[in-house]
Design a protein around this ligand. Structure first.
Ligand code: SF4
Length: 241
């Protein structure tokens, strides 16, 4: 994978999401990341990662382009210990230079979820105060962000563009086009460590109360919010202002 992206002059006005999407439609993930860097500069670009079961692949591609791109990690207070350990493993393995672990505001938690049962009574509000609002705060200094969604994940992700307009900023989806097999190839080629919970049957990992194992033949995200209509936490379905 090479890191040379389509040439976008830094002297020109910032291209629109639609223009970038057109020019990057068939670009490799590394080319998309390089083009994002070129479009807004490293100080204005962040990558948002859950350090979940597939996150190592995007972080590896990013680290090959520039390991100092800031990485935002939403530490909701409900994560598995294994995810926190995996974050630290990947920081060391990939040489990530700027990983920012963002927590929800204490004041909001004590006001809206004093008993820590909101995940059960109202998961949308729980995700809002533990993920969406903290991400909005963390993204304030940035004008573009990268994330690891893939079309093959289905549902709301099945037709994501490579670049989209996320309200106040550009949102780059470098893996929009990649297949499950290509992700696996990155894992193998780079000898990336797996999330510790993969070995015990978890194929997609989020917060502890809202994550379960998946059975053979189930969609990989079927274990998230099992038994509910909810399939997304909101950071990708709401405009982050
Ligand atoms: S995934 Fe579950 S525990 Fe985590 S923020 Fe959302 S509702 Fe709360």
């Amino acid at each position: 994978m090479n890191a040379i992206g389509p040439q976008i002059s830094s002297a020109a006005p910032q291209p629109s999401a639609a223009e970038l999407d057109r020019s990057l439609r068939d670009a490799s993930p590394a080319e998309v990341i390089a083009a994002a860097l070129e479009a807004v500069g490293r100080d204005k670009l962040a990558l948002v990662s859950s350090f979940g079961t597939e996150s190592a692949t995007l972080l590896k591609v990013m680290a090959d382009v520039d390991p100092a791109i800031p990485v935002i990690f939403l530490d909701t207070g409900w994560l598995f210990e294994e995810t926190l350990a995996y974050r630290d493993t990947l920081i060391a393995t990939l040489g990530l230079k700027d990983v920012r672990s963002i927590k929800p505001a204490e004041e909001t938690l004590s006001r809206e979820d004093p008993d820590r049962e909101l995940w059960f009574s109202d998961p949308d509000v729980c995700c809002r105060i533990r993920k969406v609002e903290p991400l909005a705060r963390a993204l304030k200094p940035f004008s573009a962000w990268l994330n690891g969604r893939k079309r093959f994940q289905g549902n709301a992700r099945s037709d994501i563009p490579v670049v989209e307009d996320d309200g106040a900023r550009l949102k780059f989806n470098p893996f929009a086009n990649v297949s499950r097999e290509e992700l696996e190839a990155i894992f193998v080629r780079a000898k990336l460590p797996r999330h510790p919970l993969v070995a015990s049957g978890f194929r997609s990992v989020g917060c502890m109360p809202c994550t379960s194992r998946t059975a053979e033949g189930e969609d990989e995200r079927a274990g998230r919010w099992r038994g509910r209509a909810k399939t997304e936490c909101g950071i990708h379905t709401m405009k982050i202002s």
